[in-house]
Design a protein around this ligand. Structure first.
Ligand code: PLP
Length: 283
């Protein structure tokens, strides 16, 4: 099941062609996106996702997105969904066709089913390897043109890292900085649980500010957890009670093995954190 909507709220056939071959999103990876989880018709953290779409667009000097139009397109997908309980809702926004004199960007919302692999990772956890990204945490502020921390559609490096993890017999990746500190996963935020505190690295080091991590921290604080946004080292991950990868569709996935080393069983902590996260959406 898939549902496609454009920014005026009109629906279109998701199996037909709609994007020009000279779209700069396709030719140069020049665009931004968001992936939102919808459960029982309710989009999670919609405002935060729309705000982050605008932030990424600003980093790429794309025209400021009309967030009301984006919300309309997202809701059109949700209203017309006839598939399972959950929707993976993608918002795609590119610079549009190369040489278009009007300079019109391309934008659409696409609803899809959740990948069964993600459902398995939610239930069983994942093994991960650390892979270096080669830059220091200070680079993001010094070199904004590198778009570190923008959710651009240029994810070829992220996908290559996941394939490298697979070659090494692991499911996922934790990127590390040149100084050995922890960045993020190719499609997730790293969260550490240790002695009643949740930790995640700050987005100022050139990583994406995660909407799921933010919602999790909000929910966990209500249940007595402390939360800290501060730099982490790989050795910190090995010394806690749980390492998790957070993202909209996977929610919170346990890392049971890191660089071939079994981590302590974080099943109980995971259940507690999932309850705190889900409570944010209980009606
Ligand atoms: N970091 C990266 C690089 C991502 O691609 C994602 C999501 O896909 C995240 C972090 C987590 O963000 P969110 O929780 O908003 O989905």
């Amino acid at each position: 099941m898939r549902v496609l909507a454009f920014l005026d709220g009109t629906l279109a056939d998701p199996d037909a062609a709609h994007i020009r071959v000279d779209d700069l999103g396709l030719l140069r990876g020049d665009g931004v996106f968001e992936t939102i989880l919808v459960v029982d018709g309710v989009p999670r953290e919609l405002r935060a996702h729309l705000d982050r779409l605008a932030r990424s667009a600003a980093m790429l000097d794309l025209p400021e997105p009309d967030l009301a139009a984006w919300e309309r397109a997202a809701l059109a997908v949700i209203e017309n969904w006839r598939g399972g309980r959950e929707i993976v809702l993608k918002l795609l926004y590119t610079r549009g066709a190369d040489g278009d004199p009007a300079g019109r960007p391309t934008g659409f919302a696409l609803g899809m089913e959740v990948d069964p692999k993600v459902l398995r990772a939610r239930a069983e956890g994942v093994s991960a390897v650390t892979l270096e990204r080669g830059f220091t945490p200070e680079l993001a502020e010094r070199a904004p043109w590198l778009l570190l921390g923008a959710k651009s559609v240029s994810y070829a490096v992220n996908m290559a890292a996941l394939r490298e993890a697979n070659r090494r017999g692991a499911d996922d990746v934790i990127f590390t900085a040149a100084d050995g500190s922890v960045f993020e996963g190719p499609t997730s935020t790293v969260v550490l649980a240790k002695e009643g505190t949740l930790y995640t690295p700050p987005s100022s080091i050139g990583i994406l500010p995660g909407t799921t991590q933010f919602a999790l921290f909000r929910g966990a604080e209500k249940r007595g957890w402390s939360v800290k946004v501060e730099p982490l080292r790989v050795s910190d991950l090995l010394a806690g009670e749980g390492v998790f990868l957070a993202s909209s569709v996977r929610m919170l996935t346990r890392v049971h093995t890191l660089d071939g080393r079994a981590l302590p069983d974080s099943g109980a902590v995971h259940a507690e954190l999932i309850a705190a996260y889900e409570a944010e959406y209980a009606s």
